[in-house]
Design a protein around this ligand. Structure first.
Ligand SMILES: Cc1cc2nc3c(=O)[nH]c(=O)nc-3n(C[C@H](O)[C@H](O)[C@H](O)COP(=O)(O)OP(=O)(O)OC[C@H]3O[C@@H](n4cnc5c(N)ncnc54)[C@H](O)[C@@H]3O)c2cc1C
Length: 498
């Protein structure tokens, strides 16, 4: 049975929602989390992640405070560098082509560190991302690309930890409880209409925090807003993020904002299912492409695979792959870089071919013009600058010369067997367009006035990301704005009479 009345309702049960619920509970108010999914599929996209968080740290002492399990041995053998506020601002500006909302971006960057420590105080544990974000060169690991910390146990560990913390702090969590609409009048939001156990019911609330994710799992909205062809993309995560939270808010006059035609989309196994599979998590992705070349159905390269570290290109390359004939590409590797392939290349459910000659390999690339593919690989091999050393930990400048589409870094000839190739299509992570909020997490209406009692956090907030995205920012933004929105909502609810 759900309560008929509560101080704060949080819609969703992912990272942003639980951070909001935990922050609201700090004001001593009653908090109810509504999760549309059944418990075994709950946790939203957050549960599908590796748990990578992009946060500011000013040196190894900050990391030690956040990850007390870090050993002296690890510290000695690792160059963690720093990730300063300046670097985070630069990354957000550069990858969004300076379109990110400056006020929201400032909140994200300047509160990232304190929010990580706050999560730690709630019982969430973190660890360095050795496997994916640092390569060992000359006996020492070096972290690159501003992404150093992940939650213990990845996304599943994060959701489990947050759920436990929420329950410990008195938050009630209801599963298979789908918010359908907001109950609101001229004074603002007063509650939520839900479907629970096949029945419609109203829950009265002083404040409502929307944290129900983007609209990526809604094929009709994808086509309507992202454009033709996006109905054909796969969804990397939960099937439950169909834009409900955004729709409910727009229905009562909230302002849409941000990059509504944009989304985070990556190279994803061509034969992956339509939606994410929790037993595979994020492993259908194929993110070692900077060490490969990618060929389309015409046997041609179509993008600079080595333009930047994967953290700064992967989220926009899904779109580029979707635009290729047949919506797929093959990533080609030879022996020299097989050891650099991420763990996701070694899963069972992978679309992979292997051969000992290039002639055999191109013949095995399904739906590809083999003769053209062979010619492209040979032309690429001839164009590789061989005088610069290859180094995966830095942008090594070892590129190509004279190709119409260059490869700017990490170019190695593809001429040493065995050869491997992996087929990818476009996998959508989350949509960029959403609701307009202020720096207190309050939802604004189309006249830019605060809608009393309505707050938002996570994927359904618009304005932070345009065109592209720096890896690890989704969880960080969800946590920062979840905490902000929950704190504001909790304080307001504590002040309002019963
Ligand atoms: C495969 C994959 C890997 C990723 N890896 C990373 C990573 O390592 N680092 C990173 O920063 N980001 C990563 N991301 C992005 C990240 O998952 C999201 O940015 C972040 O989790 C969004 O959090 P959220 O709380 O806003 O949404 P979600 O975690 O998706 O939560 C939304 C919740 O709302 C619920 N819901 C939807 N509609 C309703 C309704 N009507 N009523 C009630 N509940 C509803 C859903 O069931 C879900 O529980 C990854 C995403 C995917 C798919």
């Amino acid at each position: 049975m759900l309560p008929a009345s509560v101080d704060v309702v949080v819609i969703g049960a992912g990272n942003a929602a639980f951070c909001a619920a935990l922050a609201a509970a700090e004001s001593g108010v009653s908090v109810l989390v509504l999760e549309r999914a059944p418990e075994d599929e709950s946790g939203g996209n957050s549960r599908f992640t590796a748990g990578a968080f992009r946060c500011v740290y000013d040196g190894v002492d900050d990391l030690k405070a956040l990850m007390p399990d870090l050993t002296e041995e690890e510290i000695k053998n690792t160059d963690f560098g720093t990730y300063t506020e300046e670097k985070f601002f630069d990354d957000m500006g550069r990858v969004t082509e300076y379109r990110t909302d400056p006020d929201l971006c400032e909140v994200l960057v300047t509160r990232s560190k304190e929010t990580m420590w706050w999560m730690q105080s709630k019982g969430i544990r973190f660890a360095p991302i050795y496997g994916r974000q640092a390569f060992k060169v000359d006996g020492k690991f070096k972290f690159w690309g501003g992404l150093t910390v992940e939650s213990w146990g990845g996304g599943p560990g994060l959701v489990e930890g947050l759920t436990k913390a929420a329950k410990k702090n008195g938050v009630t969590v209801a599963y298979e409880a789908r918010a359908m609409s907001l109950i609101a009048d001229d004074e603002g939001v007063k509650g939520v209409r839900i479907r629970h156990g096949g029945k419609t019911a109203d829950v009265e609330a002083k404040c409502v925090v929307l944290a129900a994710g983007g609209f990526q799992a809604n094929a009709e909205w994808r086509t309507r807003y992202l454009g033709p062809g996006w109905d054909l993309a796969k969804i990397r995560g939960t099937r439950f993020n169909t834009g409900d939270g955004i729709r409910m808010a727009l229905d009562i006059g909230a302002m849409p904002t941000g990059n509504w035609s944009g989304c985070h989309a990556v190279g994803w196994d061509r034969n992956a299912p339509e939606f994410g599979d929790l037993t595979v998590g994020d492993n259908f992705q194929k993110h070692s492409y900077p060490f490969s070349i990618m060929l389309n159905a015409n046997g041609e390269r179509f993008v600079d695979e080595g333009a930047d570290f994967r953290n700064y290109t992967y989220a926009k390359y899904g779109r580029v792959i979707l635009m290729q004939p047949g919506q797929f590409a093959w990533q080609i590797f030879d022996k020299k870089t097989l050891h650099l392939q991420r763990d996701e290349y070694r899963i069972k459910r992978v679309t992979k071919v292997r051969a000992d000659t290039l002639e055999d390999l191109v013949g095995k690339l399904e739906d590809v013009d083999a003769a053209k593919a062979l010619a492209t690989i040979k032309a690429y091999n001839a164009a590789v600058k061989k005088d610069l050393p290859f180094n995966p930990n830095v942008k090594d400048g070892r590129g190509t010369v004279g190709l119409a589409i260059p490869k700017s870094n990490w170019a190695n000839t593809i001429d040493e067997p065995p050869f491997e190739a992996f087929a990818v299509t476009c996998g959508v992570t989350f949509t960029f367009g959403g609701l307009k909020i202020d720096t207190e997490g309050r939802v604004l209406d189309t006249d830019a006035h605060v809608i009393p009692g309505l707050y938002a956090a996570g994927e359904l907030v618009g304005g932070l990301f345009y065109f592209n995205y720096p890896g690890g920012t989704g969880l960080m933004a969800g946590a920062v704005f979840g905490k902000v929105a929950g704190t504001t909502a909790g304080r307001r609810a504590a002040q309002l009479p019963r």
